[in-house]
Structure formats: C-alpha cells, structure tokens
Design a protein. Structure first.
Length: 144
C-alpha cells in the first residue's frame, strides 16, 4: 500500500501536472505551427522559388519495379517498392522545428527575465531579534 501512496503523492505534485499541461499545449502548438508552415510559409517559399512545391520533392535512388506474372498467372518477379529520399518533407519539417524552437527560446528568455526581476527585488529588512525587541519595549516604557 505504501508504493500506491507514494505514486499518488508523486502524481499530484505541481511539477508533474505542469509538465502534463505543457505537453498537451506543446502538441497543440506543434499542430498550429505545422498548419502555419504548410498553409502559409511553404506556398510563399514555393512562390519565391518559381512555383516549386516542396511537398512532392524526392530524390529517387531506385525505381519501383512492378510485379511480373507469367501466362499461367504465376509471379515471375516480385514487385519492388521505390526507394527515395523525401527531402521536400524534410525541409518542411525543418522549418516547423525552427519555428517551434525559436518560440520556446522566446518563452524561456521571458521566464528567465522574470526570475531575474524577482531576484533583483531587495529583501525585506530582517525583523529585530528578541533581545532588540525587549530593549525597544523597555525604551518605550521609560519614555512614558
């Protein structure tokens, strides 16, 4: 039963909940960035490069071979799939990554700036010790 309680304590810590929220928001943000890149950035890049569509850019290393059957409907040679490098998809995903990484950088930079502002605030003066407090009370009593 101790292990279950320990897991519950771990799961309910604020840090774990914060991480879960950040993960969900990050996944959603990734979809937004992908949509932005696919729908806005890449068409503009394509227009600037003379109408190039990066989504179908591939470098074919080996052509596909169709299946060949003989007259008796037996397979003579099996089909071989095309082997290609899809560099257009890679470029699109690279742009996605750069946008997400830059956004995370800006968020971390803002958080660090806020932390520095908190640290820069002067600390409150320490409360007087019990001896000092007693002496101040005696002084105040003598003034009366």
């Amino acid at each position: 039963m101790g292990m279950l309680k320990e897991f519950k304590d771990f799961a309910m810590k604020g840090n774990l909940v914060d991480i879960a929220v950040a993960f969900v928001m990050g996944a959603s943000f990734g979809k937004i960035v992908s949509s932005f890149v696919d729908g806005i950035v890449m068409p503009l890049v394509g227009m600037l490069t003379g109408g190039v569509d990066f989504s179908d850019k591939v470098l074919i290393l080996k052509q596909a071979v169709p299946e060949v059957k003989g007259p008796d409907n037996l397979v003579i040679t099996k089909a071989v799939a095309e082997v290609s490098l899809k560099y257009g998809t890679f470029i699109t995903n690279l742009i996605d990554f750069i946008i997400v990484a830059f956004s995370v950088f800006l968020v971390i930079k803002a958080i660090n700036r806020m932390k520095k502002a908190e640290v820069a605030k002067p600390a409150a003066p320490p409360a007087p010790s019990s001896t000092d407090q007693l002496l101040m009370e005696i002084r105040d009593a003598l003034k009366k």
